[in-house]
Design a protein around this ligand. Sequence first.
Ligand code: SAH
Ligand code: SF4
Ligand code: F3S
Length: 439
Amino acid sequence: MKSFYIETFGCQMNVHDSEKVIGTLEERGYGQVQTPEEADLVLYNTCSIRDKAEQKVFQRLSENKKARGKVFGVLGCVAQQEGERIFDKAPHVSLVVGSASYPKLGELLVQIEAGGRRVTGLRLDSDDTFETAATRRDNPHKGYITIIEGCDKSCAYCVVPFTRGHERSRASASVLREARELAGAGYTEIQLLGQNVNSYRDASPAGWNFARLLEEVGRVDGIRRVRFTTSHPRDFGREIIDVIDRTETLCNQIHLPVQSGSTKVLAAMRRQYTRDEYMRRIEWMKASKRDIAISTDIIVGFPGETEADFEQTLSLLDEVEYDSIFSFKYSARPNTPALALEEHIPEEEKGRRLMVLQERQRAIQLRRNSALVGTWQEALVEGWNSAKGQWIGRTSQNRVLNFVTQAQAGREEMTARYVPVRVTRAGPNSLAGECAIAV
Ligand code: SAH
Ligand code: SF4
Ligand code: F3S
C-alpha cells in the first residue's frame, strides 16, 4: 500500500481541508503514517497569513531535502501564493496545489503516480461544488462544515483574497445534508466554516442568508452545539443575535475580529467599519439574553499606528472585556496593499506593544473567568488528562473546563458526553470544577 504523511499549518479552514485531502487519498488506496520517514508521499498543507507561517514550510522542505524516492507536495495558501516558484526554491517538490483545486486532487495524483514532475493545481476560478468525495474526520463528536470559500474583502494586510480567491457560497441543501449526515454518524457539535461566514448567500433558489442557515443547522436533530467562524463586523447583522437568542443549540460564543481600536488605523487597514460601528455590534451581543462570550483578533504595529492609536486598542479591550483574544504583530505580506504604506513600525516596538496588549488582556480574562466560580456549566467531555488526573471539558462559551468526578468512569463512557460541572477555580485561560453526577 502507498503511504502518505501530512502536516497541517494555519487556520481551521486548513485543518478541515486536510480532512478532505486525507479522505481523497484514502479512497485512492493510500494509508496515513505518522512520520515523513515512513511515507511515500509527504504533504504540507500550508499557511501564508504571516511571514513566520510561510517560512515553516520551507524549513520543513529543507530538513527533508535528502529523502530519496519520496514525493513531496505543497498544498494550501503558500502553494497558491508562490505557485511554480516553489519548484525553483525546493526542486524536490513535485506537487503544488491550492485549496480551490482539491476537488481535482484525484486527477493530479494519477499524474504523480505516473511519475509526473511539477504537477500543479493552481486555478482560482473554480466552480466549487463543495462535494468532495470523502472527508476523513478524526474527532468523532465535533465536525467542521464549509459553508463559504474565499473572501471578497480586501483588507490592506491580508493575503487570503489572493490565496483563496473570490467568495463562493455553498447551496443550503448541501450544507444541511452534511449536517444531517454528521448527526446520523453520532456527531453532536458542528462548526460552520468560512473566511467571512456573514456574507454567506445561498447559491440555490432558496436564497438564505447566514442567519437563516444558522437557524436551520441549529434545528438538525441530534446536534447539540453549533459554532461558526469567522465573522466580519461589516457584514454582521443583528439577526444573528436574534437567532442565537431563540435557538438553544447555537453556542453562546462569537468571534468578531476587530484588528484595531483606532478608527484611523481601521481605515488604513480598509476594514470598512469604525470603532463605533464595531461597538454597536458588541452592544447587541451584550444585550442578548444569552451570556455570549466574545473573542477577537488584533494586529499591533500596522504601518502608521501611533502610540495614541495603540492606546485606543488597549481602551477597546477594557470597554469590550473580551473573553479571549488572538493577537499578532503586523507582518508584511506579498501582493497586499499595505506594502505601499510608509511608516513601518520597528520589530522591537511591535513586540513591546504585543506584550503590553497581552498583559492587559490576561487580567481581563482572569476577571471574566473568576466571575464564573460557583456557577454550573454544561461541559462537553473532550478527553482525559492523565498527568493531572482530570477530565478535559469545553463549555458552550468555548471555555476549557477541567474537572474531577466523584465516581470512577471509564474513558470511553465519559468522552463525548455532556455533563454538568460546578466551577470551583479560575485561571486566565481555563476553569476548573467538579462534576457531581455519578457516572
Ligand atoms: N477571515 C478572517 C481571518 C483572517 S486570518 C477575518 O477576516 O477575520 C486570521 C487573523 O490573522 C486576522 O484576523 C488577523 O488578525 C491576522 N492577520 C491577517 N493578516 C495578517 C498580517 N499580515 N499580519 C499579522 N496578522 C495578520
Ligand atoms: Fe488559513 Fe489564512 Fe493561513 Fe490560508 S492563509 S491557511 S486561510 S490562516
Ligand atoms: Fe478577508 Fe479577513 Fe482578510 S475578511 S481580507 S481574510 S482579514
